[in-house]
Design a protein around this ligand. Sequence first.
Ligand code: FAD
Ligand code: SF4
Length: 327
Amino acid sequence: MKAFDYARPATAEEAVRLVAERPGACFIAGGTDLLNLMKDGAGTHDRVVDINALPLADVVSSDGVIRIGALARMREVAEHPAVRRALPVVAQALLASASPQVRNMAAVGGNILQRTRCGYFRDAGSPCNKRTPGSGCPALDGQNRAHAILGGSDQCIAVHPSDLAVALLAVDATIVTQSPTGARRIPMGEFHRLPGSTPERDTALTHGELIVGIEVPVTAMAATSGYLKLRDRTTFEFAVVAVAAALDVRGGIVRDARLTFGGIATTPWRSPEAEAALRGHPLSDTTIAAAGRALVRDARTRESNAFKADLVQRALDGHLRELGGMR
Ligand SMILES: Cc1cc2nc3c(=O)[nH]c(=O)nc-3n(C[C@H](O)[C@H](O)[C@H](O)COP(=O)(O)OP(=O)(O)OC[C@H]3O[C@@H](n4cnc5c(N)ncnc54)[C@H](O)[C@@H]3O)c2cc1C
Ligand code: SF4
Protein backbone atom coordinates (compact mmCIF):
# COMPACT_ATOMS: atom_id res chain seq x y z
CA MET A 1 0.00 0.00 0.00
CA LYS A 2 1.34 3.41 -0.99
CA ALA A 3 2.12 5.93 1.81
CA PHE A 4 -0.34 8.83 2.09
CA ASP A 5 -1.02 12.00 4.11
CA TYR A 6 -4.08 12.01 6.35
CA ALA A 7 -6.17 15.04 7.34
CA ARG A 8 -9.45 15.40 9.25
CA PRO A 9 -10.74 18.95 8.63
CA ALA A 10 -13.64 20.50 10.58
CA THR A 11 -15.24 22.40 7.68
CA ALA A 12 -16.39 21.50 4.20
CA GLU A 13 -14.41 24.44 2.74
CA GLU A 14 -11.17 23.07 4.21
CA ALA A 15 -11.94 19.53 3.06
CA VAL A 16 -12.59 20.72 -0.48
CA ARG A 17 -9.39 22.79 -0.51
CA LEU A 18 -7.27 19.90 0.76
CA VAL A 19 -8.46 17.60 -2.03
CA ALA A 20 -8.64 20.17 -4.82
CA GLU A 21 -5.03 21.34 -4.34
CA ARG A 22 -3.51 17.89 -4.85
CA PRO A 23 -4.30 15.67 -7.90
CA GLY A 24 -3.74 12.43 -5.94
CA ALA A 25 -5.97 13.40 -3.00
CA CYS A 26 -9.41 11.99 -2.20
CA PHE A 27 -12.13 12.09 0.46
CA ILE A 28 -12.85 9.18 2.77
CA ALA A 29 -16.21 8.52 4.50
CA GLY A 30 -16.77 4.97 5.82
CA GLY A 31 -13.72 3.71 3.93
CA THR A 32 -15.41 0.37 3.09
CA ASP A 33 -14.64 0.72 -0.62
CA LEU A 34 -11.74 3.15 -0.72
CA LEU A 35 -9.51 1.23 1.69
CA ASN A 36 -10.03 -2.06 -0.14
CA LEU A 37 -8.99 -0.42 -3.40
CA MET A 38 -5.92 1.15 -1.79
CA LYS A 39 -4.88 -2.09 -0.11
CA ASP A 40 -5.24 -3.98 -3.41
CA GLY A 41 -3.16 -1.38 -5.26
CA ALA A 42 -6.10 -0.36 -7.45
CA GLY A 43 -6.34 3.02 -5.69
CA THR A 44 -3.11 5.03 -5.51
CA HIS A 45 -3.96 8.18 -3.52
CA ASP A 46 -1.22 10.19 -1.78
CA ARG A 47 -3.59 12.18 0.49
CA VAL A 48 -6.75 10.98 2.23
CA VAL A 49 -9.09 13.64 3.61
CA ASP A 50 -11.39 12.24 6.30
CA ILE A 51 -14.77 14.03 6.14
CA ASN A 52 -16.35 12.36 9.17
CA ALA A 53 -16.00 15.48 11.37
CA LEU A 54 -18.23 17.50 9.01
CA PRO A 55 -21.86 18.11 10.08
CA LEU A 56 -23.36 16.20 7.14
CA ALA A 57 -25.03 13.20 8.77
CA ASP A 58 -28.63 14.38 9.34
CA VAL A 59 -31.77 13.12 7.61
CA VAL A 60 -34.47 15.80 7.62
CA SER A 61 -37.96 15.79 6.12
CA SER A 62 -39.52 19.22 5.55
CA ASP A 63 -41.42 21.22 2.91
CA GLY A 64 -42.07 18.13 0.80
CA VAL A 65 -38.39 17.19 0.50
CA ILE A 66 -36.28 14.59 2.31
CA ARG A 67 -32.70 15.84 2.70
CA ILE A 68 -30.13 13.14 3.41
CA GLY A 69 -26.68 14.27 4.52
CA ALA A 70 -23.81 12.69 2.61
CA LEU A 71 -22.44 11.20 5.84
CA ALA A 72 -25.70 9.58 6.95
CA ARG A 73 -24.95 5.89 7.33
CA MET A 74 -26.76 3.36 5.12
CA ARG A 75 -28.42 1.75 8.16
CA GLU A 76 -29.68 5.06 9.55
CA VAL A 77 -31.25 6.04 6.23
CA ALA A 78 -32.83 2.61 5.71
CA GLU A 79 -34.41 2.76 9.18
CA HIS A 80 -35.49 6.42 9.10
CA PRO A 81 -39.31 6.61 9.46
CA ALA A 82 -39.73 9.31 6.79
CA VAL A 83 -37.63 7.34 4.29
CA ARG A 84 -39.50 4.11 5.00
CA ARG A 85 -42.87 5.82 4.62
CA ALA A 86 -42.22 8.15 1.66
CA LEU A 87 -39.40 6.36 -0.21
CA PRO A 88 -39.82 2.60 0.26
CA VAL A 89 -37.66 1.92 -2.80
CA VAL A 90 -34.73 3.67 -1.09
CA ALA A 91 -35.15 1.83 2.21
CA GLN A 92 -35.50 -1.52 0.44
CA ALA A 93 -32.47 -0.94 -1.80
CA LEU A 94 -30.34 -0.09 1.22
CA LEU A 95 -31.48 -3.11 3.21
CA ALA A 96 -30.68 -5.33 0.21
CA SER A 97 -27.11 -3.94 0.11
CA ALA A 98 -23.96 -5.47 1.59
CA SER A 99 -24.21 -6.63 5.23
CA PRO A 100 -25.33 -5.06 8.55
CA GLN A 101 -21.68 -4.35 9.41
CA VAL A 102 -21.01 -2.55 6.12
CA ARG A 103 -24.33 -0.63 6.38
CA ASN A 104 -23.33 0.60 9.86
CA MET A 105 -20.01 1.88 8.55
CA ALA A 106 -20.73 3.13 5.04
CA ALA A 107 -22.20 6.53 4.20
CA VAL A 108 -24.66 7.28 1.40
CA GLY A 109 -22.27 9.70 -0.37
CA GLY A 110 -19.59 7.01 -0.50
CA ASN A 111 -22.16 4.44 -1.59
CA ILE A 112 -23.14 6.19 -4.79
CA LEU A 113 -19.44 6.81 -5.54
CA GLN A 114 -18.25 3.24 -4.93
CA ARG A 115 -16.33 1.87 -7.88
CA THR A 116 -17.18 -1.09 -10.07
CA ARG A 117 -16.72 -4.66 -8.85
CA CYS A 118 -15.24 -5.74 -12.23
CA GLY A 119 -12.54 -8.23 -11.19
CA TYR A 120 -10.05 -6.89 -13.73
CA PHE A 121 -10.46 -3.37 -12.35
CA ARG A 122 -9.76 -4.56 -8.80
CA ASP A 123 -6.75 -6.66 -9.82
CA ALA A 124 -3.87 -4.17 -10.09
CA GLY A 125 -1.98 -6.71 -12.24
CA SER A 126 -4.59 -6.72 -15.04
CA PRO A 127 -4.94 -4.24 -17.86
CA CYS A 128 -8.10 -2.13 -17.43
CA ASN A 129 -9.12 1.05 -19.25
CA LYS A 130 -11.02 2.33 -16.22
CA ARG A 131 -8.01 2.03 -13.88
CA THR A 132 -5.23 2.68 -16.45
CA PRO A 133 -6.63 4.49 -19.51
CA GLY A 134 -5.52 2.96 -22.79
CA SER A 135 -4.37 -0.36 -21.30
CA GLY A 136 -7.29 -2.38 -22.71
CA CYS A 137 -10.43 -4.14 -21.52
CA PRO A 138 -9.98 -7.88 -20.94
CA ALA A 139 -13.66 -8.23 -19.97
CA LEU A 140 -14.86 -7.67 -23.56
CA ASP A 141 -13.76 -11.20 -24.52
CA GLY A 142 -12.98 -12.58 -21.07
CA GLN A 143 -14.94 -13.19 -17.89
CA ASN A 144 -18.04 -11.09 -18.45
CA ARG A 145 -20.90 -12.91 -16.72
CA ALA A 146 -21.31 -9.98 -14.30
CA HIS A 147 -20.93 -7.28 -16.95
CA ALA A 148 -23.26 -4.80 -18.61
CA ILE A 149 -25.65 -5.43 -21.49
CA LEU A 150 -26.64 -1.74 -21.72
CA GLY A 151 -24.57 1.45 -21.79
CA GLY A 152 -21.24 -0.21 -22.60
CA SER A 153 -18.61 0.93 -25.08
CA ASP A 154 -15.66 -0.73 -26.82
CA GLN A 155 -13.57 0.65 -23.91
CA CYS A 156 -15.53 -0.65 -20.91
CA ILE A 157 -18.58 -2.77 -20.03
CA ALA A 158 -18.32 -2.66 -16.23
CA VAL A 159 -21.58 -2.70 -14.27
CA HIS A 160 -22.37 0.13 -11.89
CA PRO A 161 -22.61 -1.50 -8.40
CA SER A 162 -24.70 0.76 -6.10
CA ASP A 163 -28.23 -0.37 -5.24
CA LEU A 164 -29.00 2.99 -3.63
CA ALA A 165 -28.11 4.91 -6.81
CA VAL A 166 -30.63 2.86 -8.81
CA ALA A 167 -33.35 3.63 -6.24
CA LEU A 168 -32.46 7.35 -6.13
CA LEU A 169 -32.81 7.53 -9.90
CA ALA A 170 -36.34 6.14 -9.63
CA VAL A 171 -37.41 8.92 -7.25
CA ASP A 172 -35.80 11.86 -9.08
CA ALA A 173 -33.15 12.64 -6.47
CA THR A 174 -30.75 15.56 -6.75
CA ILE A 175 -27.12 15.44 -5.59
CA VAL A 176 -25.96 18.60 -3.81
CA THR A 177 -22.23 19.36 -3.93
CA GLN A 178 -19.62 21.89 -2.89
CA SER A 179 -16.45 22.58 -4.84
CA PRO A 180 -13.80 25.33 -4.98
CA THR A 181 -16.05 27.18 -7.45
CA GLY A 182 -19.20 26.98 -5.31
CA ALA A 183 -22.29 24.87 -4.73
CA ARG A 184 -23.97 22.78 -7.42
CA ARG A 185 -27.10 20.65 -7.80
CA ILE A 186 -26.85 17.63 -10.10
CA PRO A 187 -29.97 15.65 -11.08
CA MET A 188 -29.42 11.95 -10.41
CA GLY A 189 -29.93 11.20 -14.11
CA GLU A 190 -26.88 13.34 -14.96
CA PHE A 191 -24.65 12.21 -12.09
CA HIS A 192 -23.18 8.94 -13.40
CA ARG A 193 -21.43 8.93 -16.79
CA LEU A 194 -21.48 6.38 -19.57
CA PRO A 195 -17.96 5.00 -20.16
CA GLY A 196 -17.67 6.02 -23.83
CA SER A 197 -14.00 6.71 -24.58
CA THR A 198 -13.24 7.93 -21.02
CA PRO A 199 -14.23 5.05 -18.73
CA GLU A 200 -11.89 6.32 -15.99
CA ARG A 201 -14.47 9.01 -15.14
CA ASP A 202 -17.50 7.49 -13.40
CA THR A 203 -19.42 10.67 -12.51
CA ALA A 204 -19.98 14.34 -13.31
CA LEU A 205 -17.98 15.40 -10.22
CA THR A 206 -14.83 17.47 -10.69
CA HIS A 207 -11.68 16.81 -8.64
CA GLY A 208 -12.21 18.15 -5.11
CA GLU A 209 -16.00 18.36 -5.43
CA LEU A 210 -17.64 17.13 -2.23
CA ILE A 211 -21.11 15.62 -2.04
CA VAL A 212 -22.82 17.37 0.86
CA GLY A 213 -26.26 15.79 0.54
CA ILE A 214 -29.01 14.15 -1.45
CA GLU A 215 -32.46 15.69 -1.85
CA VAL A 216 -35.53 13.68 -2.78
CA PRO A 217 -38.99 15.16 -3.42
CA VAL A 218 -41.83 13.50 -1.54
CA THR A 219 -44.44 12.48 -4.13
CA ALA A 220 -47.41 10.12 -4.19
CA MET A 221 -45.62 8.04 -6.82
CA ALA A 222 -42.48 7.65 -4.73
CA ALA A 223 -44.62 6.31 -1.89
CA THR A 224 -45.77 3.52 -4.25
CA SER A 225 -42.32 2.26 -5.06
CA GLY A 226 -40.23 -0.82 -4.43
CA TYR A 227 -36.91 -2.54 -5.12
CA LEU A 228 -36.34 -6.09 -6.29
CA LYS A 229 -32.81 -7.45 -6.31
CA LEU A 230 -31.77 -10.84 -7.70
CA ARG A 231 -28.32 -12.07 -6.64
CA ASP A 232 -26.28 -15.24 -6.50
CA ARG A 233 -26.76 -15.57 -2.73
CA THR A 234 -29.28 -13.87 -0.47
CA THR A 235 -26.97 -11.58 1.47
CA PHE A 236 -23.61 -9.81 1.18
CA GLU A 237 -23.83 -9.88 -2.59
CA PHE A 238 -24.17 -7.44 -5.47
CA ALA A 239 -27.09 -7.52 -7.91
CA VAL A 240 -27.13 -9.82 -10.90
CA VAL A 241 -30.17 -7.81 -11.94
CA ALA A 242 -32.24 -5.30 -9.95
CA VAL A 243 -35.43 -3.36 -10.66
CA ALA A 244 -36.58 -0.16 -8.96
CA ALA A 245 -40.10 0.92 -9.83
CA ALA A 246 -42.41 3.76 -8.84
CA LEU A 247 -45.97 3.70 -10.11
CA ASP A 248 -48.91 6.08 -10.26
CA VAL A 249 -51.94 3.90 -11.01
CA ARG A 250 -55.39 5.49 -10.85
CA GLY A 251 -58.67 4.04 -12.10
CA GLY A 252 -56.77 0.95 -13.22
CA ILE A 253 -54.60 3.00 -15.62
CA VAL A 254 -50.87 3.65 -15.24
CA ARG A 255 -50.72 7.47 -15.23
CA ASP A 256 -46.97 7.54 -14.73
CA ALA A 257 -44.09 5.16 -14.05
CA ARG A 258 -40.38 5.30 -13.25
CA LEU A 259 -38.43 2.16 -14.06
CA THR A 260 -34.72 1.97 -13.24
CA PHE A 261 -32.36 -0.97 -13.24
CA GLY A 262 -29.19 -2.26 -11.63
CA GLY A 263 -26.81 -5.08 -12.53
CA ILE A 264 -27.36 -4.73 -16.27
CA ALA A 265 -25.80 -1.40 -17.20
CA THR A 266 -22.71 0.76 -16.83
CA THR A 267 -24.72 3.39 -14.91
CA PRO A 268 -27.90 3.23 -12.85
CA TRP A 269 -30.20 2.73 -15.84
CA ARG A 270 -33.54 4.39 -16.51
CA SER A 271 -35.66 3.07 -19.35
CA PRO A 272 -38.01 5.76 -20.78
CA GLU A 273 -38.99 3.20 -23.45
CA ALA A 274 -40.23 0.70 -20.86
CA GLU A 275 -42.03 3.47 -18.97
CA ALA A 276 -43.76 4.59 -22.20
CA ALA A 277 -44.99 1.03 -22.78
CA LEU A 278 -46.93 1.27 -19.48
CA ARG A 279 -48.04 4.90 -19.43
CA GLY A 280 -51.71 5.41 -20.32
CA HIS A 281 -52.47 1.68 -20.27
CA PRO A 282 -53.77 -0.77 -17.67
CA LEU A 283 -51.11 -2.87 -15.95
CA SER A 284 -51.61 -6.18 -17.76
CA ASP A 285 -49.74 -9.20 -19.12
CA THR A 286 -49.51 -7.42 -22.48
CA THR A 287 -48.20 -4.06 -21.26
CA ILE A 288 -45.74 -5.61 -18.81
CA ALA A 289 -44.31 -7.84 -21.57
CA ALA A 290 -44.08 -4.81 -23.89
CA ALA A 291 -42.17 -2.88 -21.20
CA GLY A 292 -39.70 -5.76 -20.82
CA ARG A 293 -39.11 -5.98 -24.57
CA ALA A 294 -38.62 -2.21 -24.81
CA LEU A 295 -36.05 -2.31 -21.99
CA VAL A 296 -33.72 -4.78 -23.72
CA ARG A 297 -34.30 -3.72 -27.34
CA ASP A 298 -30.82 -2.14 -27.61
CA ALA A 299 -29.03 -4.58 -25.31
CA ARG A 300 -25.60 -5.79 -26.43
CA THR A 301 -24.83 -9.12 -24.82
CA ARG A 302 -21.48 -10.95 -24.54
CA GLU A 303 -20.59 -14.61 -24.33
CA SER A 304 -21.37 -15.09 -20.62
CA ASN A 305 -23.95 -12.38 -19.82
CA ALA A 306 -26.68 -12.98 -22.42
CA PHE A 307 -28.87 -14.55 -19.72
CA LYS A 308 -29.35 -11.10 -18.16
CA ALA A 309 -31.60 -9.93 -21.02
CA ASP A 310 -34.13 -12.63 -20.16
CA LEU A 311 -33.64 -12.48 -16.40
CA VAL A 312 -34.23 -8.72 -16.13
CA GLN A 313 -37.51 -9.03 -18.07
CA ARG A 314 -38.67 -11.72 -15.65
CA ALA A 315 -37.64 -9.57 -12.70
CA LEU A 316 -39.54 -6.59 -14.12
CA ASP A 317 -42.60 -8.75 -14.70
CA GLY A 318 -42.61 -10.10 -11.14
CA HIS A 319 -41.90 -6.73 -9.56
CA LEU A 320 -44.63 -4.85 -11.47
CA ARG A 321 -47.20 -7.55 -10.64
CA GLU A 322 -46.29 -7.30 -6.95
CA LEU A 323 -46.27 -3.49 -6.87
CA GLY A 324 -49.46 -3.21 -8.94
CA GLY A 325 -51.34 -5.67 -6.71
CA MET A 326 -51.76 -8.23 -9.51
CA ARG A 327 -50.88 -11.07 -7.14
C1 FAD B 1 -18.42 -7.31 0.96
C2 FAD B 1 -19.14 -6.10 0.46
C3 FAD B 1 -20.40 -6.24 -0.11
C4 FAD B 1 -21.06 -5.13 -0.59
N1 FAD B 1 -22.31 -5.27 -1.15
C5 FAD B 1 -22.95 -4.17 -1.66
C6 FAD B 1 -24.24 -4.28 -2.23
O1 FAD B 1 -24.84 -5.35 -2.30
N2 FAD B 1 -24.81 -3.15 -2.71
C7 FAD B 1 -24.20 -1.93 -2.65
O2 FAD B 1 -24.77 -0.94 -3.11
N3 FAD B 1 -22.98 -1.82 -2.13
C8 FAD B 1 -22.35 -2.90 -1.62
N4 FAD B 1 -21.12 -2.78 -1.08
C9 FAD B 1 -20.41 -1.52 -1.21
C10 FAD B 1 -20.61 -0.63 -0.02
O3 FAD B 1 -21.96 -0.28 0.10
C11 FAD B 1 -19.72 0.57 -0.26
O4 FAD B 1 -18.39 0.15 -0.04
C12 FAD B 1 -20.05 1.72 0.66
O5 FAD B 1 -21.37 2.15 0.49
C13 FAD B 1 -19.12 2.90 0.39
O6 FAD B 1 -19.39 3.90 1.35
P1 FAD B 1 -18.21 4.45 2.26
O7 FAD B 1 -18.79 5.53 3.10
O8 FAD B 1 -17.51 3.35 2.96
O9 FAD B 1 -17.30 5.07 1.12
P2 FAD B 1 -15.71 5.23 1.07
O10 FAD B 1 -15.09 3.90 0.84
O11 FAD B 1 -15.23 6.06 2.17
O12 FAD B 1 -15.60 6.12 -0.28
C14 FAD B 1 -15.99 5.59 -1.53
C15 FAD B 1 -15.64 6.65 -2.59
O13 FAD B 1 -16.45 7.81 -2.42
C16 FAD B 1 -15.65 8.97 -2.21
N5 FAD B 1 -16.41 9.77 -1.26
C17 FAD B 1 -16.96 9.34 -0.09
N6 FAD B 1 -17.77 10.28 0.43
C18 FAD B 1 -17.71 11.35 -0.41
C19 FAD B 1 -18.35 12.63 -0.46
N7 FAD B 1 -19.21 13.02 0.49
N8 FAD B 1 -18.08 13.47 -1.49
C20 FAD B 1 -17.22 13.10 -2.48
N9 FAD B 1 -16.59 11.90 -2.49
C21 FAD B 1 -16.85 11.03 -1.50
C22 FAD B 1 -14.31 8.46 -1.74
O14 FAD B 1 -13.26 9.34 -2.10
C23 FAD B 1 -14.21 7.14 -2.51
O15 FAD B 1 -13.77 7.40 -3.82
C24 FAD B 1 -20.45 -3.86 -0.53
C25 FAD B 1 -19.19 -3.71 0.05
C26 FAD B 1 -18.53 -4.82 0.54
C27 FAD B 1 -17.19 -4.62 1.17
S1 SF4 C 1 -15.02 -3.71 -18.09
FE1 SF4 C 1 -14.20 -1.67 -17.56
S2 SF4 C 1 -13.51 -1.95 -15.46
FE2 SF4 C 1 -13.66 -4.00 -16.35
S3 SF4 C 1 -11.68 -4.48 -17.31
FE3 SF4 C 1 -12.92 -3.53 -18.87
S4 SF4 C 1 -12.32 -1.37 -18.72
FE4 SF4 C 1 -11.73 -2.30 -16.80
